[in-house]
Design a binder for this molecule. Structure first.
Ligand SMILES: Cc1ncc(COP(=O)(O)O)c(C=O)c1O
Length: 454
């Protein structure tokens, strides 16, 4: 049974979709009210359900915290839960030397607050002109106005473009469809050097921070940076006194086989924005992790950050975060993301031999993207109106696999891709099941799609 979009009182993300009602989850599986089972292939809508569904340790931790205190006046108290959660993040998941954590309720708030903290850091040091954020095209940092502005997801920005604050953008580092070095087959890091060019154009004294996803998630379908990219970004930021914010909302907490995505490049950002995997979707939680200098500069002047939300430092969510992070550590899930993730990437890549419509498979660990093309040799995307990724995701869902369908990976508008981010507990056998459902789905749907474009 699916919900009736005419009668429901809920405004759904897709107000035209036939949505079944999911009743419960167990491990990597979801079950709907009719008893159908689905692999949670995209991990919630994307990269949220880090440790799978129904983990008893997390349910117990939440119940225990609920019975003690669920919400506290944060202007008047701290809680054991928030203190413990920050300590675990700093000691077990952050780059060496990182010192403090600010808690929020999700990814947009985390990135937005990181931006505000960067601006206040400069302002409190007497550099009040440093107000501007530089982001990248082909990125997503959230749905609030500031994060939409800093992000470069053309489709999600379009309807609000006139309302967005002024930000500058450089091209993404995207190996499959590089906007830089168009004549060469290898990335020559000219995309990273664009940052220096833009800083010079707008004046370094005006720039507060540069923000980037270490592995671009939704917008480009799990596109990791080239070797040397983030080292070059770090050098440029240091040269011009610009802070580097790493958006680890998708790539953090073991998803890519390292604690944080940026660890693959051995680079330390100044601020890290996180959410999703930190609490595995059990309760809403996000966090900004900072180097001690950022906090020190503000605190030594007797100030505090002028940020705050009702759910900042919510004890229930922080207790959930502690339980989820402990589960990740105790069950070696970062290692599993690395090993099973490599197997997953390889299995997806093997599908290219059987399916001409797969143009590219990319990603790291258990964050993977599959780009669909009408012509592999020329990388020609399918027409936008064909909604190829959506059609494929409906096909996989009908066969028991949830895929996350997206568009815009070719030029911001066209280009269909599917994102996979299964829970970090997934086994090789379950990867085989996931990939074989995708295989069957592509076999079923490809002739129809190719007939449309031939
Ligand atoms: C990289 C990245 N940053 C920020 C966000 C925004 O997070 P939220 O949807 O929790 O506000 C997302 C959401 O998908 C994301 O993928």
């Amino acid at each position: 049974m699916v919900i009736d979009q005419e009668r429901t009182r809920v405004i759904h993300r897709d107000m035209h979709a036939d949505l079944p009602i999911v009743e419960r989850g167990e491990g990597i599986y979801l079950f709907d009210e009719d008893g159908n089972r689905y692999i949670d292939g995209s991990g919630g809508s994307s990269a949220v359900t880090a440790i799978g569904h129904g983990v008893p340790e997390v349910v117990d931790a939440i119940t225990e915290q609920l019975s003690k205190i669920a919400c506290s006046p944060t202007h008047a108290f701290s809680t054991r839960a928030v203190e413990e959660c920050a300590q675990l993040i700093v000691e077990e998941f952050s780059p060496e030397g990182f010192g403090k954590v600010w808690f929020v309720s999700g990814g947009s708030e985390a990135v937005e607050n990181a931006i505000k903290m960067a601006i206040q850091y400069h302002r409190d040091r007497g550099n009040g002109t440093r107000h501007m954020i530089i982001g990248r095209w082909g990125s997503y940092h959230g749905g609030s106005f500031a994060t939409l502005a800093a992000g470069g997801n053309a489709a999600r920005r379009a309807k609000y473009a006139p309302n967005l604050m002024h930000t500058e953008h450089i091209p993404a580092c995207h190996a499959y469809r590089s906007q830089c070095n168009r004549n060469g087959s290898e990335c020559d890091l000219s995309c990273a050097h664009q940052l220096e060019y833009v800083i010079k154009q707008v004046g370094a004294d005006n720039v507060a921070a540069f923000v980037a996803e270490p592995v671009v998630g939704a917008t480009l379908g799990a596109s990791p940076a080239s070797d040397g990219y983030f080292q070059t970004i770090r050098e440029i930021c240091d040269r011009y006194g610009v802070l580097f914010i790493a958006d680890e909302v998708m790539s953090g907490f073991g998803r890519t086989g390292m604690k944080m995505g940026i660890d693959h490049w051995g680079v330390k950002p100044d601020l890290i924005a996180t959410a999703k995997g930190i609490s595995g979707g059990y309760t809403p939680l996000g966090a900004v992790i900072t180097s001690p200098e950022i906090v020190g500069e503000v605190r030594q002047r007797g100030a505090s950050f002028v940020i705050g939300h009702t759910a900042s430092g919510n004890p229930l969510s922080c207790a959930t975060g502690v339980a989820v992070m402990r589960y990740i550590l105790d069950n070696n899930l970062i290692e599993n993301a690395r090993d099973t993730g490599a197997y997953f990437q390889q299995s997806l890549r093997q599908l290219m031999e059987r399916h001409e419509i797969i143009g590219d498979v990319r990603g790291i660990g258990l964050l993977a993207g599959v780009e669909l093309v009408a012509d592999r040799a020329t990388k020609t995307p399918f027409p936008v109106e064909l909604r190829v990724s959506k059609q494929i995701s409906l096909e996989t869902q009908s066969r028991g696999l949830i895929s996350y369908p997206l568009q815009g990976s070719a030029d911001g508008v066209s280009g269909d891709h599917i994102l996979y981010a299964p829970p970090l507990i997934i086994t090789r056998g379950q990867v085989d099941d996931l990939v074989s459902v995708l295989d069957e789905s592509l076999t079923a749907i490809s002739p129809k799609l190719m007939a449309y474009v031939s």
